[in-house]
Design a protein around this ligand. Structure first.
Ligand SMILES: *Cc1c(COP(=O)(O)O)cnc(C)c1O
Length: 394
C-alpha cells in the first residue's frame, strides 16, 4: 500500500464544532433510549411557522427548482432591504443584500471578503465557536479578548483599544450573544463602534438573534450610528433562530455595495445561490407579517418564561452563579467554584447524570458552561434538578 500525500493544513488544523459534537452525542444517546436532558442544542425547539412552510411547498409545486441569481431572488433581497431601511432606519438598497446558505456561511464569506494572511481579527470571548476557525481558514489571525461575567460578558472600549494593533482589520460583534445571551446597550455599542471607526476597522456584526430579546430591550446595529459606521459594517443575520428554520440553511448579509458585490462574487464560485424554493418560503416571513409576528411572539413568551425559571434555579444551586442575560436562548453560568476543569465537569454531567451542555472553554471562557433553554419546560426542570444533584456531589 502506498503512503498517500498528507491532507491540507486546513483539514488538519481545523477544530470541529464542539457544540454540534455535544448535541450529536446527546441525540444519539436519546435515540438509543437513554433519558438525556439536552441543553446543548443551538436551535429553537419549535417548528417553522406554517405559512413559511406552505410558501416553500408552493414554490416547489410551481417549479421554483432552478438556479436563482447568486445573491438571492429579487423579491427577498427587496424585502430584506426594506426591513433594514424601515425597521432599523439603516438606508439599504437591494444591491447591498446577499442571501447565503446560512448565517454561518454569511460569517465565513464576510471574513473571506475582508481579511487576508497577516490580518488580525478581534474576537470578544466568550465567542461563537466558529469565528476563530473561520478566521484561520481565511489565513488571518484570531485575537481573543475575554470579557467575563464581571462585565456582563461585554467588551469595554478600553479592552478593545488594548487589543488593537496596526494589523487589526476586523472586529467581530455578536449581540445578542451566543453563548452568553448578553445584549449590548445602545451606549455600549456606540462606544465600541467609535473605537472601531477611530482605528479604521471593519465590523462584522452578527445579529442572528436580533429578534430574541426580553425585558423590553431593543436591538441596535453598529451600522445605525453614523455614515462612518455604516461604510465599515457588515451585518450578518438569517432565518434560522428567529423563525425556527435551522435546517433550511438560509442566511443574509447586508453590507456597503462594494463589499456586498465582493461577497456575491465569492459565493458565485463557492456555492452559487442559496436553495431557490427555500428563499421563496422565507419571503413569506416578510409578506405575511402578521402571521410571522404571531409565531415569533409565541416563541418569545416560552423562551422568556424558561429564561427566568432557569436563571432562578441555577442561582439556587450552591456554587453556581448566573447572570440574567436578555437575549438569544442561552444562559452561561459560572461553575469555577467547583475547582474542576469545565470540560471534565460537562463530561461527567453527561456520563453520570445524563445532562448534555457545552463547556465554557469551547467558547474561550474556562470555568463556565452554556445552557440552551430552547427545550421544553419539563426537560429544563428535570435537567436543572440533575445538575443540582451533581454539583452537590462535588
Ligand atoms: C446559529 C448561529 C449562526 C448561524 O446560523 P445558521 O444556521 O448558519 O443560519 C450565526 N451566528 C451565531 C452566533 C449563531 O448562534
Amino acid at each position: 500500500m502506498s503512503t498517500l500525500p498528507s491532507l491540507s493544513t486546513w483539514a488538519l488544523n481545523i477544530a470541529p464544532s464542539p457544540t454540534l459534537a455535544v448535541d450529536a452525542k446527546a441525540k444519539s444517546l436519546i435515540a438509543a433510549g437513554e433519558d438525556v436532558c439536552g441543553f446543548a442544542a443551538g436551535e429553537p425547539d419549535f417548528d417553522t411557522p406554517a405559512h413559511i412552510k406552505d410558501a416553500a411547498i408552493k414554490a416547489l409545486r410551481d417549479g421554483k427548482t432552478k438556479y436563482a441569481p447568486t445573491p438571492g431572488i429579487p423579491p427577498l433581497r427587496d424585502a430584506i432591504a426594506q426591513k433594514y431601511t424601515e425597521f432599523y432606519q439603516i438606508p439599504t438598497q437591494a444591491a447591498q443584500v446577499v442571501v447565503s446558505p446560512g448565517g454561518k456561511f454569511s460569517c465565513y464569506l464576510t471574513i473571506l471578503a475582508t481579511c487576508s494572511a497577516g490580518d488580525e481579527v478581534i474576537i470578544p470571548a466568550p465567542f461563537w465557536v466558529s469565528y476563530p476557525e473561520m478566521v484561520k481558514l481565511a489565513g488571518a489571525t484570531p485575537v481573543q479578548i475575554l470579557a467575563t461575567d464581571a462585565t456582563g460578558f461585554k467588551l469595554t472600549p478600553a479592552m478593545l483599544e488594548a487589543a488593537i494593533t496596526p494589523r487589526s482589520k476586523l472586529l467581530i460583534l455578536n449581540s445578542p450573544s451566543n453563548p452568553t445571551g448578553a445584549v449590548y446597550t445602545l451606549a455600549e455599542l456606540e462606544a465600541l463602534t467609535t473605537v472601531a471607526v477611530k482605528h479604521n476597522l471593519y465590523i462584522m456584526s452578527d445579529e442572528i438573534y436580533e429578534h430574541l430579546l426580553y425585558d423590553g430591550v431593543k436591538h441596535v446595529s453598529p451600522a445605525s450610528f453614523s455614515a462612518e459606521a455604516r461604510e465599515r459594517t457588515i451585518i450578518v443575520s438569517g432565518f434560522a433562530k428567529t423563525f425556527a428554520m435551522t435546517g433550511w440553511r438560509l442566511g443574509t448579509i447586508v453590507a456597503p455595495a462594494t463589499i456586498a458585490k465582493a461577497v456575491g462574487e465569492l459565493q458565485s464560485q463557492m456555492t452559487s445561490n442559496a436553495t431557490t424554493f427555500a428563499q421563496w418560503g422565507a419571503l413569506a416571513a416578510y409578506t405575511e407579517k402578521e402571521k410571522t409576528q404571531a409565531a415569533l411572539d409565541e416563541m418569545l413568551v416560552a423562551f422568556d418564561r424558561r429564561r427566568k425559571f432557569l436563571h432562578t434555579a441555577l442561582n439556587k444551586i450552591p456554587g453556581v452563579s448566573c447572570v440574567l442575560s436578555q437575549g438569544a436562548f442561552y444562559l452561561f453560568p459560572n461553575i469555577a467554584s467547583f475547582g474542576i476543569d469545565d470540560l471534565k465537569f460537562c463530561e461527567r454531567l453527561l456520563a453520570e447524570h445524563k445532562v448534555a451542555a457545552v463547556h465554557g472553554s469551547a467558547f474561550g471562557a474556562q470555568g463556565f458552561m452554556r445552557i440552551s433553554y430552547a427545550t421544553s419546560d419539563a426537560i429544563l426542570a428535570k435537567g436543572v434538578e440533575r445538575l443540582a444533584k451533581f454539583c452537590a456531589s462535588l
